[in-house]
Design a protein around this ligand. Structure first.
Ligand code: ATP
Length: 149
């Protein structure tokens, strides 16, 4: 059964948009594709939640988290871009490793297990896709996922 990618992402993002109101963070969705795709809905939902949760977690109060979907060369390209603290070159090499965390102090606010992105990468690889991390401009981080359709 095909999934309309625009409806699918709206469903994922809507709880964040409600939450964003009182947390002053903005979650924006820009979906350029309005077409049916065949994806593993449960897994891709899990993947997007992992990336969006991180984008919120590693951003300040007035952050903007932008989610986009496009189709390029018969591939679905999903991006989650934030305007948060960004990521160091060293961390970029390790973010997908199990238990890797840039902040090792165990800060309560940004606390976590360091497993999220290793699960994200596992989901993407299970779909023969790719996930990369890039710098956002002027600041912040972008996670870009490419999935064959
Ligand atoms: P958990 O998975 O339990 O939330 P975590 O967030 O520490 O814990 P990952 O999701 O695997 O674990 O992320 C690994 C590390 O990558 C984080 O500790 C953080 O340093 C960095 N990171 C992940 N997403 C972002 C982001 N959007 N901006 C900046 N750094 C990030």
């Amino acid at each position: 059964e095909g999934t309309n990618i625009s409806d699918f992402l709206s469903e994922i993002v809507s709880p964040y948009q409600e939450m964003a109101e009182f947390e002053a963070k903005k979650v924006l969705l820009s979906v350029e594709v309005d077409q049916q795709v065949f994806i593993d809905r449960k897994r891709i939902h899990q993947l997007m939640v992992l990336l969006i949760d991180n984008a919120m977690k590693y951003s300040d109060e007035d952050a903007v988290v932008a989610i986009s979907a496009t189709i390029e060369k018969k591939k679905l390209v999903l991006t989650v871009a934030d305007t948060g603290r960004g990521i160091s070159e060293e961390a970029k090499k390790h973010v997908f490793d199990r238990f890797y965390r840039e902040d090792k102090t165990g800060n309560r606010e940004t606390g976590g297990t360091g497993l999220g992105l290793s699960i994200a990468e596992w989901v993407v690889h299970a779909h023969n896709g790719k996930i990369i991390v890039l710098d956002n401009k002027p600041k912040g981080t972008i996670f870009k996922v490419t999935l064959p359709l």
